[in-house]
Write a new protein. Structure first.
Length: 134
């Protein structure tokens, strides 16, 4: 898949968010790290998971869901304010499911690709390989 120049690639796992922008042209994918952003990890997750007690998610899972909801809020805001024209999301499968619950319809329209894979903490080359393979 050809990823347009300027596309934002968000790599997240429920605890960390790495953002990259494609500086490549044509079929060349050249991801450049963007500055770190603050994510509201107190955002409300869906709460729809059954944890170890009384049908409530455990604290760790609730925190990850809250972080994923915060990532979605951040991305939604960037799309609505015109900061993101095209988006690729790479996320651990469970976090990706939580993210999807919070996507704004305009974000969904800008979404080029989702990759259900945990690549946080991996090199830019690993992220680029995953995008090329998708």
């Amino acid at each position: 898949m050809i990823i347009p120049q300027g596309t934002v690639v968000a790599v997240t796992d429920g605890e960390k968010l790495d953002l990259y922008r494609n500086a490549g042209t044509g079929s060349e994918l050249t991801l450049v790290a963007m500055p770190d952003v603050s994510v509201d990890d107190e955002a409300r997750g869906s709460g729809g998971r059954h944890g170890s007690s009384a049908a409530n998610p455990d604290e760790s899972q609730a925190a990850e869901d809250g972080f994923s909801a915060g990532v979605a809020q951040y991305l939604n805001k960037q799309v609505l304010e015109g900061g993101i024209d095209n988006l690729v999301v790479i996320s651990s499968p469970r976090s990706l499911g939580e993210l999807r619950k919070h996507y704004h319809k305009f974000l969904s329209a800008k979404l080029l690709l989702e990759i259900p894979k945990d690549l946080t903490g991996h090199s830019v080359e690993d992220v680029q390989k995953a995008v090329h393979a998708a």
